[in-house]
Ligand binder design. Structure first.
Ligand SMILES: Nc1ncnc2c1ncn2[C@@H]1O[C@H](COP(=O)(O)OP(=O)(O)O)[C@@H](O)[C@H]1O
Ligand SMILES: NC(=O)OP(=O)(O)O
Length: 298
């Protein structure tokens, strides 16, 4: 089977956790151990998130007195692809993957007129108490939004239109390489005859779905920090759903910036290919693929 997996940035750095490289590497190594059996049995493409990581790089850049302007988000997105791609490629090999493993810097074309540029929804960086969030918003001109009981920076997240490196990714995966790509949804660029970076963070689940459709993948797996999609999420009556039919998704509501794009990514993949997608916990990767854990979307 050809399998496209997307790993959550929050699964690589949990909310409130210390952002040290060693902490993240520990999670990446666990992710690689969970993915190694999939790499042995299938053609595997690994996309990853970057929300916590790009937010930290933006904080560093905004606090650097040597800069006249902080680094733009497309460039910071590419930095996170290098960092997380390197960790993943190294850890997959150390986890016993015998195939070639390659991390590919990926650019995602978005539409300059996408309405998402006017209403930021993508959470990045750490969570804050309200007062701290308000100070950062004022000092840096950032937009902050509630993320559960905390506050977090939000940035525009336009729709992925196409991946610039898609053909190369297809050649690589078709020739037996485990490809790490489309990190952080891909560095966002607009194409007006010339590629230009833009201030945004593309949703990696939506990019992974586009890529999975383009690669005619047999499965799309979205692996995160919850074991399944829950009904009544956050309420005492919450229950894991073992499956979701695409026909019923429209009647349900999922939050933008977290579960919403995951369910939408699965819906797009299932409708475009007729194949199944699934959402589940990273350590359960093999069981989510075989359908004995997580939420299958069909
Ligand atoms: N209905 C739901 N079922 C499960 N989790 C949900 C639901 N609605 C919102 N969530 C939240 O979605 C989060 C996963 O999305 P996100 O934080 O974007 O993950 P990642 O960074 O791993 O892609 C969970 O940690 C949970 O807090
Ligand atoms: N870019 C992106 O979707 O990152 P997260 O998975 O960390 O939200």
């Amino acid at each position: 089977m050809r399998v496209v997996v997307a790993l959550g940035g929050n699964a690589l750095l949990r909310r409130g956790e210390r952002a040290d490289a060693s902490v993240q590497l520990h999670h990446v190594e666990a992710a690689a151990r969970a993915l190694a059996p999939l790499a042995a049995d299938h053609e595997l493409v690994v996309c990853h998130g970057n929300g916590p990581q790009i937010g930290l790089l933006a904080l560093e850049s905004s606090a650097d007195p040597a800069l006249t302007r902080p680094y733009p988000l497309d460039t910071l997105g590419a930095e996170t692809q290098g960092m997380i791609g390197y960790w993943l490629a190294r850890s997959l090999r150390n986890a016993g993957v015998r195939k070639p493993v390659l991390a590919v810097l990926t650019q995602t074309v978005v539409d300059a007129a996408d309405p998402a540029f006017a209403s930021p929804t993508k959470f990045i960086g750490p969570v804050y108490e309200r007062e701290h969030a308000e100070r950062l918003a004022e000092r840096n001109g950032w937009t902050m939004a509630a993320d559960g009981p905390h506050w977090r920076r939000v940035v525009p997240s336009p729709e992925p239109v196409r991946l610039v490196e898609q053909e190369s990714i297809e050649h690589l995966v078709g020739s037996g390489t485990v490809v790490v790509c489309a990190g952080g949804g891909g560095a966002p660029v607009v194409d007006d005859g010339k590629l230009e970076g833009v201030e945004a963070v593309v949703d990696k689940d939506l990019t992974a779905a586009e890529l999975a459709i383009a690669l005619k993948a047999d499965r799309l797996l979205l692996l995160t920090d919850v074991s399944a999609v829950m009904s009544d999420f956050g309420l005492p009556s919450a229950e894991p759903l073992d499956h979701l039919d695409v026909g019923e998704i429209d009647q349900l509501e999922f939050p933008a910036g977290s579960m919403g794009p995951k369910v939408e990514a699965c819906r797009r993949f299932v409708l475009a290919t007729g194949s199944e997608a699934a959402i589940g916990a990273l350590p359960d990767a093999a069981r989510v693929l075989e359908g004995s854990a997580g939420t299958a979307v069909r």
